[in-house]
Design a protein around this ligand. Structure first.
Ligand SMILES: [Zn+2]
Length: 101
């Protein structure tokens, strides 16, 4: 299942499924992380740049975000691969059938 993600500037607690938020919000500042609201369950995960092999790259306009490594939603365990702001979801055997909200 592939889902197009959207980069938004809402507060992390207001993110909706499939939304990404840059940290810091000022694009002139260093990219520290992205908040990703899981497209599957709605939990907001923090994905840190240059941490545990993760390298996050952005297009010049900031709309296309790529994560070098797949991430795992902390809440529902789905595996999410993100390239050019398109997420591919992989539901392994240990995925949890839950909705965060
Ligand atoms: Zn999830």
């Amino acid at each position: 299942m592939s889902i197009t993600l959207h980069v938004v500037s809402k507060r992390p607690c207001r993110l909706e499924r499939g939304e990404l938020r840059r940290v810091s919000q000022d694009r002139k500042m260093m990219l520290l992380a992205y908040h990703l609201c899981c497209p599957r369950c709605g939990f907001v995960n923090a994905v840190f740049n240059q941490h545990q092999g993760q390298l996050i790259t952005e297009s010049d306009d900031g709309e296309q975000v790529t994560f070098s490594a797949p991430i795992r939603c902390v809440y529902c365990n789905v595996t999410i691969r993100i390239a050019a702001s398109v997420a591919e979801l992989e539901e392994g055997p240990d995925v949890r059938n839950v909705r965060y909200r």
